[in-house]
Write a protein that binds this ligand. Structure first.
Ligand code: AMP
Length: 418
């Protein structure tokens, strides 16, 4: 099947061709015709499935085939995302796919100055990609007019709820017109998502392409059991031995991400951390340096990494396993994209055995374990409870709370031997 059979017009097909896409992905095949038929959708699709083009292409098509908005100031399409990185990436996709169309778009998120956003909105834009907090700031300043919104897209809605955005979402929904087409994308279906979709969607068409408990077959997964104190040594060893040039490393806490970055730098490996305590500018710079190959290791927490789109990322390392098993699936979904082979390595210490068991239960797979000769765990070390620190879900993930210092409690507990 080719893109030309999906009902998209020449300017969009040209932009798609320039991206080098030869065939639509499963979510695109399913979602594009349904969206073009003006139906609401509830789509279960993870990052990496091509979902962004799956909603952006038909949205642009509909905008060009329907009558323009009433005034210059009114916004025709609103795309809401949970994180700034995702907003930036969706905004980029809107620009890329809409290259041959006359629409103007703006990306609106917190952590950066509001003035350039005000100026842009004042000039008039058709499409706004926004995170909830800053969008509401604009609403209260009356710098954005959402009364004529024709299309609403909630991207990664499950993550929005996890991050505590439900009240913000409700406030935004309350000011949007009743008559509009709504597209809701979520990697998981919880009762919460069901409630939201019941309220928001009008006889939606259900689309599902990849369950969150399904890991890609082209991602090779492996666990290296190792003592907690030796993880950093093992990571340095793996990076040096494998001559890896681009590695995404996950930690559970912001504090852990900072500390590991410093340690890798001491080992002579260029590394940069990306997490919620960093300013938006430094997050953007970290990501672009990593993409450009100027730093070898990007150390990230789950929320900061959500939605990061890096093509052909060959290695993802779980320096610490996530306490939420679904996050494992999201993390390793960063590799093995678009048919490329990837490797997801987890460094697992005795404290994390329960996390590992929960992950294996979710993905219904026993991840192969390899005991490396020089890094075998010391059998005398006993498991200790894991301190979550302050960077898990919810607590520090909102824009306004992000400038708090990392909590003291994320300190490593001292090790005890028998
Ligand atoms: P997404 O799930 O929207 O984050 O997209 C994941 C990646 O797939 C992005 O790098 C897109 O550029 C890429 N992509 C989207 N659609 C296609 C396609 N039809 N063929 C190949 N790659 C695609």
């Amino acid at each position: 099947m080719s893109f030309s059979t999906l009902g998209l017009s020449a300017p969009l097909l040209k932009a798609v061709k320039e991206q080098g896409y030869s065939e639509p992905t499963p979510i695109q095949k399913q979602a594009i015709p349904v969206i073009l038929s003006r139906k609401d959708i509830l789509a279960g699709a993870q990052t990496g499935t091509g979902k962004t083009a799956g909603f952006t292409l038909p949205l642009l098509e509909l905008l060009s085939s329907t009558k323009p908005a009433k005034s210059k100031q009114s916004i025709r399409a609103l795309i809401i995302t949970p994180t700034r990185e995702l907003a930036a990436q969706v905004g980029e996709s809107v620009e890329v796919y809409g290259k041959y169309l006359p629409f103007k778009s703006a990306v609106i998120f917190g952590g950066v100055k509001i003035n350039p956003q005000l100026l842009k909105l004042k000039k008039g834009v058709d499409i706004v990609v926004a995170t909830p907090g800053r969008l509401l700031d604009h609403v209260s300043q009356k710098s954005i007019d959402l009364r004529d919104v024709e299309f609403l897209i909630l991207d990664e809605a499950d993550r929005m709820l996890d991050m505590g955005f439900i009240n913000d979402i409700k406030k935004i929904l309350a000011i949007l017109p009743k008559q509009k087409q709504t597209l809701l994308f979520s990697a998981t279906y919880s009762d919460e998502i069901k409630k939201l979709s019941d309220k928001l969607l009008n006889s939606p068409v259900l689309i599902e392409v990849a369950r969150p408990n399904r890991t890609s077959e082209i991602v090779k997964q492996i666990v290296y059991p190792v003592d907690k104190e030796r993880k950093r040594e093992l990571l340095t060893h793996l990076i040096n031995e494998g001559k890896w040039k681009q590695v995404l490393v996950f930690t559970r806490t912001k504090h852990g991400a900072n500390r590991l970055t410093g340690q890798l730098e001491k080992d002579g490996i260029t590394a940069v951390a990306i997490h919620g305590n960093k300013s938006q500018n430094s997050r953007t710079k970290a990501l672009s340096d990593f993409k450009a190959g100027e730093v070898r290791v990007l150390v990230a927490t789950d929320i900061a990494a959500r939605g990061i789109d890096i093509d052909q990322l060959p290695h993802v390392i779980n320096y610490e396993l996530p306490n939420v098993p679904e996050d494992y699936v999201h993390r390793i979904g960063r590799t093995g994209r678009a048919g490329n082979k990837g490797e997801a390595i987890s460094l697992v210490c005795i404290d994390e055995h329960e996390y590992l068991a929960n992950i294996e239960k979710l993905i219904k797979t026993d991840i192969p374990k390899v005991w490396l000769k020089d890094f075998k765990p010391d059998p005398s070390i006993k498991a200790e409870p894991i301190n979550q620190g302050g960077s898990g879900r919810g607590s520090n993930s909102r824009g306004r709370a992000q400038n708090k210092p990392a909590q003291k409690s994320s300190k490593e507990p001292s090790r005890r031997k028998k």
